[in-house]
Design a protein around this ligand. Sequence first.
Ligand SMILES: O=C(O)[C@H]1O[C@H](OP(=O)(O)OP(=O)(O)OC[C@H]2O[C@@H](n3ccc(=O)[nH]c3=O)[C@H](O)[C@@H]2O)[C@H](O)[C@@H](O)[C@@H]1O
Length: 480
Amino acid sequence: MPVGVVDAAAKGVRLERHAAGAAVLLRRASGAKQLVSASSHLLFRATVLATLALVVLFAVHYPSLLSRSFSLSAAPSSGSSSAPRSRSSHRSLLGSGASYGGAAWEREVRRSATPRRDGGLSVLVTGAAGFVGAHCSLALRGRGDGVLGLDNFNSYYDPALKRARQRLLASRGVVVLDADINDAALLERLFAAAPFTHVLHLAAQAGVRYAMQAPQTYVASNVAGLVNLFEVAAKHADPQPAIVWASSSSVYGLNTDAPFSEEHRTDRPASLYAATKKAGEAIAHAYNHIYGLSITGLRFFTVYGPWGRPDMAYFSFARSIVAGEPITLFRTADGADARRDFTYIDDVVKGCLGALDTAGKSTGSKSGKKRGPAPLRVYNLGNTSPVPVTRMVAILEKLLGKKANKRVVTMPSNGDVPFTHANVTHAARDFGYRPATSLEAGLRHFVDWFVQYYKLDIKGSNVLAGKTTKRKSMAMSAAS
Ligand SMILES: O=C(O)[C@H]1O[C@H](OP(=O)(O)OP(=O)(O)OC[C@H]2O[C@@H](n3ccc(=O)[nH]c3=O)[C@H](O)[C@@H]2O)[C@H](O)[C@@H](O)[C@@H]1O
């Protein structure tokens, strides 16, 4: 075979081999491509499945995630020593989940709410484990009225003190339910269970300066809660009760005319707290006008006394003096002492009962028909003699037998007002309100209770040195 032919044949064979190799390579390449395409499909499907699973998981957990962030925003504030902690009553706007109802529960409610004297009132007291609420409940029960209390026992200040008040009330036959004024279903059941003639509405978020730390709790209790109560009283109660509720001297805000009269301006609140109380007065007007609810607002002036509120200055100062801790006194920018028309609890209780006794009936009904105008009233309940806060501290020092470690600062811009002074001629005229307790006498009663309640051993104080006045007050006798 010629060389050329042999070469050509050999080339042909090589070419064939190359072609076959290329075909194998091509087949392999296409197999790999198929493999890649299959796995990317798998990857895609896995991603879709994982996304779906995540969506399902998120949907399942979404409500709890929402409520967790909600309760965090309403969590107790640590605050400063004088800034109390608070549990928002928002929880109850979503339904408190409280267990109530049933025949035994209704019997208990009726028993507590039923008067024990002819012509006695049947009063639903909100905030009954609070300072003023507990005292008023005891006084009402003491004269034979029926009293059913409710309280949400929030932690704005030490709930143990509220529980102690609850126990004291229980020992006098007054039931205080764990319940919130924003719980409409509960209020409806209460009005269905007992025909309350009156509501003494004292549940509120109190404290002037704390409103800067927890504004929403003021709206929830003092605005939403008030509306909820008025709604139920107007549309579900049969008969409609007369309502007496706690407004505040703080509504006078930047008013400089003194003494403060109910005719003075109240459209310049200095704090959100004051604004919510002023809003309450406007809301009361609307419910009185539309539904014929008899409503009386009481403007309390710095109420103090045994079983008081630990967040208030006289109480927290007493604790600090005993503990040897410094107290901070606020002075106005021009160097004047802040002054308060401190009003003793027993005087305020008489004012509350007087307001209840003279309230006048509501004129509306469940059907929405109003028979005519119903009473709408507002009264100052003060002491009519303002005292510098420095004087209040001097009295405490004497009673506790110990000097305060004072730090004087210019009043911060936190809603405080430099002075309060009540004109009480309207309350005197309409229900014989006459405050009769000096700050000296009232603080002595407070310190008596304070020392006993906290089991203090205060050497050299005017309290344990046997100089205490013997007091017949129901609250004092149960202070152990
Ligand atoms: O009468 C009212 O309308 C109000 O009375 C009190 O509010 P307030 O008078 O500010 O009572 P405190 O917080 O006890 O303060 C009393 C005085 O002590 C002063 N103070 C307070 C705290 C402090 O650390 N240092 C201090 O000098 C205040 O400036 C004020 O002049 C209550 O806390 C409110 O709930 C109520 O509505």
